[in-house]
Design a binder for this molecule. Structure first.
Ligand code: ADP
Length: 542
């Protein structure tokens, strides 16, 4: 027997309709690319998104056509998402931090017809313009007064472009499984792979993100997504914030500690989300200038492991830290580390131990850990194995890649190695390709990095496996000291001694001026492995 309820397709534009109707006056504040702080509302944003939809329709953009955005977090950028998706076109967010050749590769693979971009990225797009024949026109997110001379094909200032229509337009009708957006994973190995979100997956993901123990911001809150819109579906915030009527503060191009602090402070932000690198810059700025953030309630931190020292710094400020783990393929939320009731009273190190884990899966994410043969491993908080996931907002295939990515039970292998405890709290111990295999046993590079970075003179730490004649691989610790500080190999090893098993201790420590990062802010281990490929450990000679 079928249920007798209404068939109400889960389409993303219903979210902005809702925000405009119920939370129409709530603000979206932007540090604009041109400089000044500008303000709009959800009601206004919906009107402009409809104009984008109408203008794209007039341009001949059809259901399933790809429209790229290469842009900072601004209200203009956000409204283009709704406009593109609202006619059933696919909003393809491109990460401007990629190399120009990679950007061209991705635009070609997606066959983007229009590119919507910021003033900042005109030079790089001009460089690759001859290599991206599918692009018919470039729309620059600015007005006539700020529009520069450019060789980009059919370039037009965004404000002029949408002024050509009156906004008297209705969203198109289509099935909820229609593609809404796409985002390529950075592909540290091999070509980037396109993840293709649907309307349904985005709407379900926004409900998941809005549950109290996940992102959990409300209509009384103000959210500042430092995480870029072009990184993993903006962690869903473009959908979750308007669904709740949360006020948004968009940081535009300025993501340094001082600029982020200024917005957090002046706009009385209560929730914010981003990767550890940006929090490092913020905390350093605050420490140096003895600053406080009395309104800030929750910091969500993911993308790579959040160091314990950082968790403590926020916890000491009275800010609730939620460590999150996810990936582009998961829309991206996989786990969030809010404190369950049995942990609510914990203090000091015991509390930090829980907060340092990556958290537990919200409803709609199912996880398991398995050994290499696919056998499920116990949730005892100790055994580590391959982390696999399934759910309605998790990729089932990559765009135009003819390869099965799910196992026979419908699980996707995340490429991460993790433990899960009896409460469901997951702890990433490594990427499967970064784990150090020493004498047949595994050593977690992330655990070593987290420990080393707790040393007061260390800015950042990376651990890679280096060839060893007896053990196959042993850990090499690479340290970037804090600016103007000196620290020795022995200081570091002494600091780590006793905090981990003896056989996990790095065989050597080396110092570098800067640790390389990927376009999404993760430590670029392939580059480090390259740099140290001929490195001979002092223990190797023995
Ligand atoms: P990329 O395109 O850089 O691969 P993703 O955001 O999809 O971008 O990367 C996902 C990966 O990032 C995860 O599989 C995991 O290895 C790592 N990651 C994300 N969040 C965390 C976290 N909180 N702790 C440790 N690793 C994390």
């Amino acid at each position: 027997m079928q249920g007798l309820m209404q068939d109400w397709p889960l389409l993303t534009h219903r979210i902005i309709d809702h925000a405009a109707r119920i939370h129409g006056d709530r603000e979206i504040v932007t540090r604009s690319v041109e400089g000044p702080i500008v303000r709009t509302t959800y009601a206004e944003m919906r009107k402009r998104a409809l104009k984008v939809a109408q203008r794209l329709d007039r341009e001949g953009i059809k259901l399933g056509d790809r429209v790229a955005t290469i842009a900072w977090n601004t209200a203009r950028h956000m409204e283009t998402w709704y406009g593109i998706m609202g006619i059933g076109a696919v909003c393809h967010t491109v990460n401007p931090r990629l190399f120009p050749d990679q950007i061209a590769w991705i635009i070609n693979h997606a066959q983007d017809r229009i590119v919507i971009t910021d003033l900042t990225f005109i030079p790089v797009l001009e460089k690759i313009a001859d290599n991206v024949p599918s692009v018919e026109r470039y729309v620059v997110l600015t007005d006539k007064a700020h529009m520069p001379q450019t060789t980009l094909k059919n370039a037009v200032a965004y404000e002029d472009w949408i002024a050509e229509v009156d906004g008297d337009f209705k969203w198109k009708e289509f099935d909820e499984n229609t593609a809404a957006a796409m985002c390529y994973t950075s592909g540290t190995t091999g070509d980037p792979k396109g993840v293709l979100y649907s309307h349904r997956s985005n709407v379900l993901h926004s409900l998941m993100a809005n549950s109290g123990d996940a992102l959990g911001a409300t209509s009384k809150d103000t959210m500042l997504p430092v995480v870029p819109l072009f990184h993993a579906n903006s962690w869903g915030i473009v959908f979750s914030a308007p669904a709740m009527g949360t006020k948004l503060v968009m940081p535009g191009p300025k993501l340094d500690g001082e600029s982020v602090y200024e917005l957090l402070s002046t706009e009385k932000v209560t929730y914010t989300a981003g990767v550890p690198t940006v929090w490092l810059m913020l905390l350093q700025h605050m420490e140096k200038n003895n600053l406080k953030l009395p309104d800030l309630k929750v910091v969500i931190c993911g993308g790579s492991a959040m160091p314990r020292s950082m968790i403590k710094a926020f916890d000491d400020m009275g800010v609730e830290v939620r460590h999150a783990w996810g990936m582009t393929e998961m829309s991206p939320l996989g786990t969030v580390g809010a404190l369950q009731s049995q942990f609510a009273q914990l203090k000091g190190d015991a509390k930090l131990d829980v907060l340092q884990m990556q958290g537990y899966a919200p409803f709609m994410v199912e996880m398991q850990i398995t050994d290499d043969a696919g056998k499920e491993l116990p949730w005892d908080g100790k055994t580590f194995g391959r982390l696999k996931v399934r759910g309605p907002a998790i990729a089932g295939a990559y765009y135009q890649v003819d390869k099965q990515i799910l196992d026979e039970n419908g699980y996707f292998d995340t490429g991460d190695v993790a433990t899960i405890d009896k409460y469901g709290y997951m702890r990433i111990t490594d990427r499967s390709k970064d784990v150090i295999k020493s004498g047949g046993e595994w050593i977690s590079s992330i655990d070593l990095e987290n420990l080393a970075v707790g040393h007061p003179q260390v800015a950042e730490a990376a651990v890679i496996g280096v060839f060893h004649p007896k053990w196959d691989e042993r850990p090499l610790l690479i340290i970037q000291p804090k600016e103007g500080q000196t620290v020795t190999r022995d200081d570091i090893l002494q600091y780590m001694d006793g905090k981990i098993a003896k056989w996990w201790m790095p065989d050597d420590v080396v110092f570098v001026d800067s640790i390389p990062h990927t376009a999404t802010g993760k430590i670029l281990k392939t580059a480090l492995r390259d740099q140290f490929k001929d490195y001979s450990l002092p223990t190797a000679a023995a």
